[in-house]
Design a protein around this ligand. Structure first.
Ligand code: XIL
Length: 297
């Protein structure tokens, strides 16, 4: 039989997973990861709180362990993430205005400098929009509306070799306010030459058997702006086979949809574990959704 990565590679795509450093001693996880996946994301280990626990004191121990394991097993790595309202270093909490802005810039330079030339993608900014398509209120947003473009310009200078992504959830449904808000930002960045290469759609799906409306239209519309798109954190309540097949098909139908990443491998790896949302069960066996994805690739 074939594998997720072999099937994805036939069309020049990748098939990725996310792992925490605790999985590095989990042989069941590592066996499947090595067999099926060719892209890896760290679940928490490259986030701002993990990589810069004290101002100017960077810690790449666990990020590097994941990076090294992935590369030694023939995978590429997506960096996740540099600027986000959550999982921030504690010291960001006592900063605001230009001091917080500078801390963000220093963080991007420090982390991207360490991984310079090594990563395929960076989620430079994560989850910066509210559900209605306006900017999400956060300490970073309060430093000024230009914080996102400053993050991307800083990132391009720090490592010109890596593709720079904006990543968010609930941007899969084309008629949804948040999708439109992100779309307008990408359109604006492209028109003004703000460096951006890709949009990550987290793709955390809940319930039901049908996809959010016009999911494929969303992917092709973003792509038409001149960016790659990727499904970056896929999980689906109870692993609906129709939703898994549909999201895979939508990506396959859009030439600039470069790959799919599931947020973990087995249900026991998932942050939504009680919803059994992944492609492998707790005994490391492939679920029916695995076959529906494989058949759609
Ligand atoms: C989640 C991790 O899976 C959890 O372990 C952690 O406690 C919280 O973050 N959107 C994202 C991811 O971009 O970083 C989140 O990961 C899930 C939602």
């Amino acid at each position: 039989g074939t594998t997720l990565k072999a099937a994805a590679e036939r069309s020049g795509r990748y098939f990725g997973a996310a792992m925490g450093a605790d999985r590095l001693s989990d042989s069941g996880f590592l066996t499947i990861a090595n067999r099926e996946f060719d892209m890896m994301t760290a679940v928490n280990e490259m986030k701002p709180d993990a990589t810069e626990p004290q101002r100017g004191q960077f810690n790449f121990t666990n990020g590097d362990r994941i990076y090294n394991w992935a590369v030694q097993h023939g995978m590429r790595v997506r960096g996740h993430t540099l600027a986000w309202h959550a999982q921030q270093p504690w010291f960001w909490g006592s900063l605001s205005g230009s001091a917080l802005r500078q801390a963000m810039i220093d963080h991007i330079n420090g982390v991207m400098g360490h991984y310079k030339g090594k990563l395929a993608y960076w989620d430079v900014v994560n989850e910066a929009f509210a559900e209605d398509g306006s900017r999400r209120n956060s300490n970073l947003q309060q430093t000024g509306n230009d914080w996102i473009e400053v993050a991307f310009r800083t990132a391009r200078n720090a490592d010109p070799s890596v593709k720079l992504c904006y990543n968010d959830y609930n941007i899969e449904n084309w008629s949804y306010g948040k999708t439109q808000g992100v779309y307008r930002m990408i359109q604006d960045f492209k028109s003004r030459g703000v460096p951006i290469d890709c949009v990550g759609l987290q793709t955390h799906f809940t319930g039901g058997s049908s996809l959010p409306s016009n999911f494929q239209t969303t992917l092709s519309s973003f792509a038409a702006l001149g960016v790659d798109v990727a499904l970056t954190e896929v999980d689906v309540t109870n692993s609906s086979t129709t939703q898994y097949a549909g999201l895979t098909q939508a990506c396959m139908n859009v030439p600039r949809c470069v790959g799919i990443t599931t947020w973990g491998i087995r249900d026991s790896d998932s942050w939504r574990g009680s919803e059994n949302p992944l492609l492998f069960d707790r005994n490391s066996n492939p679920k029916p959704a695995y076959t529906s994805v494989l058949n759609a690739l």
